[in-house]
Design a protein around this ligand. Structure first.
Ligand SMILES: Cc1ncc(COP(=O)(O)O)c(C=O)c1O
Length: 377
């Protein structure tokens, strides 16, 4: 049967074989009547910490809250600045604003779409008042930032490193997974992520026992002992049903990542031959786990290509059409178009294509054929 459409992602195919086991696990939670934290969350935390190679893992409500907790645990708040990428999901920024700090930005490396360490160093050198308290590198699309270089810069300027690893679960830099390089690694388990829950969920990892304890307290209204509140935290707990489902999914994650990498390789081979398309960069120091397979469409041809892909039912998405510094929500900071030209150009050119475990080579051929036709139209 000839292919006539390809979805951006397809959960059915990913979960088909394991759905009965997930249902059993979720039913077990419902029968137990224990719905918040509990043994399943603790077991998931141990299992995911081991998989990550982290000392401590904390199950939380979502990735945004993981970032918030990390900043709070490090004492970041009003008067402080937090340096990150203008080319990320806005959650990185909203978590910063919500702890009371001010987001500041540094333009991206146009090949990896991630923070450019040289620019970061320049900004820190000019921060004479030492207002910048933390850097949040975002491992966008599953491609790692240069964490070894960032660690050196952070150490020299005495700022914290908090990894926004929401899109990069399992990405390795010299065998050490993302999230293990900063004081905290923050992960989203939003359903579309490479490890997705059956609703909202997140994980926070750290190697520091004190920070792990602080984070656990902040997750539960700043208390270590029931009804004794030492800090003002909030409710950032993980639901037990999420942990029960995630415990079934986690053993499949390595295979799911491998399938994404194989699909990415297949796209690379075909799309690298097309003029006007730039395939995803592979950093020499890390793996790429392809949460997204994101190309650049050059020569202002993206809008026309999208019209064609829509007409041929090829799933696609722009992550992200407006860089953070130009979002209305933070217009009070006074940023303007032209402030971070490389992020702004990326926002004009990026296009994410269908990628998920179970996508077939015939489907990928269809996507590539439609891109070729769309570029020629
Ligand atoms: C880069 C980045 N940061 C933060 C988040 C926030 O995660 P969540 O949606 O789980 O709150 C996401 C998820 O969408 C993300 O992609």
């Amino acid at each position: 049967m000839s292919i006539q459409s390809v979805p951006l992602l397809d959960f059915q195919r990913q979960y088909r074989d394991i759905l009965p086991t997930v249902s059993q696990s979720v039913s077990r939670v419902i029968e137990s009547g224990a719905f918040i934290l509990g043994p399943d969350v603790s077991a998931f935390e141990k299992e995911v910490a081991q998989w990550m190679g982290a000392r401590f893992a904390l199950g939380v409500s979502n990735g945004t809250d993981a970032l918030f907790i990390a900043m709070r645990a490090l004492g970041i708040g009003p008067g402080d600045q937090v340096l990150s990428s203008p080319f990320t999901f806005f959650a990185t920024v909203s978590a910063t604003v919500n702890v009371g700090a001010t987001p500041v930005f540094s333009d991206i490396d146009p090949s990896s779409f991630n923070l450019d360490v040289n620019r970061i160093e320049d900004i820190l050198k000019k921060d004479h008042q030492k207002k910048i308290k933390a850097i949040i590198p975002v491992h966008l699309y599953g491609q790692a930032c240069d964490m070894e270089a960032l660690q050196n810069v952070a150490k020299e300027h005495q700022v914290h490193l908090i990894e926004d690893a929401c899109q990069s679960i399992g990405t390795k830099i010299q065998e050490r997974k993302t999230g293990n390089w900063g004081s905290f690694g923050c992960f989203s388990l939003y359903p579309t992520k490479n490890l997705g829950a059956v609703g909202d969920a997140g994980i926070l990892i750290t190697h520091d026992e004190h920070l792990a304890k602080m984070a656990a307290a902040i997750r539960t209204h700043g208390s270590r002992e029931r009804y004794v509140h030492e800090w003002v935290g909030s409710n950032f707990r993980m639901d037990t049903v999420q942990a029960a489902a995630l415990r079934v999914f986690l053993p499949h994650l390595d295979n799911w990542i491998r399938l994404r990498q194989e699909a990415a390789q297949y796209y690379d081979e075909q799309l690298s031959q097309l003029e006007g398309i730039v395939i995803p960069h592979r950093s020499p120091f890390s793996t790429h786990t392809f949460h997204q397979y994101t190309i650049r469409v050059l020569n202002k041809k993206r809008a026309r290509l999208i019209t064609h892909l829509k007409s041929q039912q090829v799933g696609h998405m722009i992550y992200y059409p407006i860089p953070c510094h130009l979002q209305k929500a933070i217009s009070y900071l006074g940023y303007q178009a032209g402030d971070f030209p490389l992020a702004e150009q990326a926002a004009q050119e990026v296009l994410s294509l269908p990628i998920f475990p179970g996508i077939t080579s015939q489907e990928q051929d269809y996507v590539v054929a439609q891109i070729r036709a769309g570029l020629a139209s």
